[in-house]
Ligand binder design. Structure first.
Ligand SMILES: *Cc1c(COP(=O)(O)O)cnc(C)c1O
Length: 239
């Protein structure tokens, strides 16, 4: 089933790339494996996926000890400073930096590990999609500058979530805002290349607006296990 799902996703990605004249190789597909058990994740890796996304710190830590190989982990969730220690070892990219305090802690822990940590800033482009993310432009520039000045941080991009809606123009505007913000930062001395945007509901629009990282869960794995079932699977898979 997963191979079939993945084929469908790849077909749609290819179609969108043709539509807007982009090259598939510019786009990284991150399979969002949160709540999924280890066996299923291994199955996905066998289909050639080489980027996995998790949004809970301990879940990433536990899974990264059980699943190893030639692929990258992405931490895509909201990160509290006291949990940075759980993700820093495994995460190639941390997508949702939304404060100087968090950037500071990531830098401190990266330094201890002698690691250069790739980070993205989470930008709040809508009020509904998430309560997290930077919304104020002055603040965005301050956090970006802080990252730039930090010895062990490498600011590579911006990330956003669009609201879950059928109104395509609302979604598109979020993605346009993110792209324009990237251009503005780059005009002001930053060198940011990644736009992490696009989920199951909206990834074709994200591609059209310049996404370089798609974070797709449901379209690849099917519906996520919920509630007690999810907890059970997590415990079974990671303990
Ligand atoms: C869960 C999640 C996704 C994937 O969502 P789907 O709708 O299942 O594709 C993407 N980004 C973030 C930050 C998530 O938490």
């Amino acid at each position: 089933m997963i191979a079939e799902n993945l084929n469908k996703v790849e077909d749609k990605i290819a179609e969108s790339c043709i539509k807007c004249g982009r090259n598939r190789s510019e786009i990284r597909l991150i399979a969002v494996s949160k709540t999924q058990p280890v066996e299923i994740i291994k199955e996905v890796l066998n289909t050639g996926i080489n980027n996995l996304g998790e949004n809970k710190a301990q879940e990433l830590r536990d899974k990264s000890e059980l699943i190893t190989g030639d692929f990258n982990w992405h931490f895509i969730g909201h990160l509290q400073t006291n949990k940075v220690k759980y993700v820093i070892k495994a995460a190639e990219f941390i997508h949702a930096v939304d404060s100087i305090k968090l950037a500071e802690e990531i830098n401190r822990k990266s330094k201890e590990m002698n690691k250069n940590q790739k980070v993205l800033l989470e930008i709040k482009t809508s009020d509904e999609a998430t309560k997290f993310g930077l919304a104020n432009e002055k603040e965005i520039f301050e956090v970006a500058q802080f990252c730039k000045n930090s010895s062990n941080l490498n600011l590579v991009g911006l990330m956003t979530m669009a609201p879950f809606t059928d109104d395509e123009s609302v979604i598109r505007n979020c993605f346009i805002e993110l792209r324009e913000l990237k251009e503005k930062l780059n005009k002001n001395g930053f060198a940011i290349s990644e736009l992490s945007m696009g989920m199951t509901n909206d990834y074709t629009i994200a591609i059209e607006e310049g996404a370089t990282m798609l974070r797709i869960g449901t379209a690849i794995f099917g519906d996520r296990p919920t509630g007690r079932q999810a907890e059970f699977i997590n415990n079974a898979g990671t303990k």
